[in-house]
Design a protein around this ligand. Structure first.
Ligand SMILES: Nc1nc2c(ncn2[C@@H]2O[C@H](COP(=O)(O)OP(=O)(O)OP(=O)(O)O)[C@@H](O)[C@H]2O)c(=O)[nH]1
Ligand SMILES: [Mg+2]
Ligand SMILES: [Zn+2]
Length: 370
């Protein structure tokens, strides 16, 4: 089969179009097509091997030839790769295409490194369980990583059936909304099917990743969106999600109405990794207020003419928001100081150089915030 002979206009008819294959990927892949390699998308990674969906179906491939020391460069779920057109089981991944977006957190190891959680994601669906007390700081942290990745975040409050009082539910939604400017906040019940249509309409078509704590109901939601029980689901045995993770690998699943969904294992902690832009976006109202401060380098501590402090005084800006902003900014600076600047710059080039026009516009807007 000669894949390079597929014309640009046929990219949408390509069997991999359902997985997000488009003209830009095709162009990017051209040099590998010339070598006779097969394009595919990584649907799962485990123990140095991965499952890759290709025109020939799902094949098993070894990542030995593309394993660098840098964990940021490890092939991950959502990557587009070039694999051997034929050969043994497993085949080999020969290359992966530059990422359009990547969801990165810092590892807890001593030498701070980034860990890629998912690549080429359009929508980051942050699942927050209504069975537990809302932790807005945690939501803000997830949002910072999501914005930084280049994906559009959506907060989904799960298990809405556990909050039968509509007024109580609307207060919870409002609380999250004030912590998430520019981010849609939805409520769903996978149990009753409530709110799923809204979510599908919002994320349909592209690549979405489900993120959140263990037990938040990500896999239950994935199954509901898929219309079948593909992912294992298990009752949470401890409320803080420390003890047990039902999902242990990141799985990319094709949605019946188009688009794909990546289900991920619950994250206990999400450390920021060079996410200043993302943090700024989560607290965009503070950044807007700061434009009104008398001094351009205002630290919003005790400076005269500080618009941020004025907003605190008037009650327009909740104290919790400012404290959370400061905390995440401090943490980010600490991580940045600890990590190798060159590695971070390279990472930027890797996935931020590419991307749809919308992404470029978004980037430009963000750069204005720096
Ligand atoms: N009441 C109610 N329970 C739900 C709902 N969705 C999920 N649950 C329950 O929440 C528990 C955890 O669900 P999972 O889908 O396994 O959670 P998860 O986020 O995938 O967890 P990890 O894979 O460990 O990250 C299960 O007992 C589910 O039945 C819902 O809409 N309503
Ligand atoms: Mg799960
Ligand atoms: Zn100020």
């Amino acid at each position: 089969m000669n894949f390079s002979s597929l014309s640009a206009s046929s990219a949408s008819l390509h069997p991999l179009a359902q997985y997000g294959w488009d003209e830009d990927w095709e162009a990017e892949f051209a040099p590998y097509a010339e070598q006779g390699l097969l394009p595919g998308r990584v649907v799962r990674v485990d123990r140095g091997q991965c499952d890759v969906v290709t025109l020939l179906g799902t094949v098993r491939a070894d990542t030995e030839f593309v394993v660098p020391r840098d964990p940021m460069k490890v092939v991950c779920t959502g990557d587009w790769v070039a694999v051997d057109p034929e050969g043994g089981d497993p085949r080999y991944v020969r290359a992966y295409l530059p990422r359009r977006t990547a969801f990165v957190r810092s590892t807890s190891s001593k030498r701070s490194e980034g860990q890629i959680l998912a690549a080429n994601v359009d929508h980051a669906v942050i699942a927050v369980s209504l069975a537990l007390e809302l932790d807005l700081g945690r939501v803000e942290r997830f949002l910072a990583l999501a914005w930084e990745s280049g994906a559009q975040p959506v907060v989904v409050l799960t298990k809405a059936d556990l909050v039968p009082d509509p007024v109580a539910l609307s207060y919870l939604v409002q609380d999250v909304e004030t912590s998430a400017p520019g981010v849609p906040v939805l409520t769903v019940s996978a149990l009753h099917g409530d709110g799923l249509d809204v979510l599908v309409a919002m994320v349909g078509g592209g690549t979405s990743v489900l993120l959140g704590q263990s037990g938040a109901g990500k896999s239950t939601l994935a199954n509901a969106l898929l219309g079948e029980d593909v992912m294992d689901v298990q009752a949470a045995r401890d409320v803080d999600g420390k003890g047990r993770h039902t999902t242990t690998t990141r799985n990319l699943l094709a949605l019946p109405g188009g688009g794909v969904l990546i289900d991920t294992p619950g994250l206990r902690g999400v450390g920021l990794f060079d996410a200043e832009t993302g943090v700024g976006q989560v607290f965009s109202e503070i950044q807007e207020l700061a434009d009104g401060c008398r001094f351009q380098d205002c630290g919003h501590e005790s400076e005269p003419g500080c618009a941020v402090l004025a907003a605190l005084d008037s009650g327009e800006l909740p104290v919790r928001r400012l404290e959370s902003y400061r905390k995440l900014m401090r943490e980010n600076q600490w991580i940045v100081a600890k990590t190798d600047a060159r590695a971070r710059a390279e990472l930027r080039r890797d996935w931020k150089r590419k991307g749809a026009e919308g992404k470029a516009a978004m980037e430009a807007k963000r750069r204005g915030w720096r």
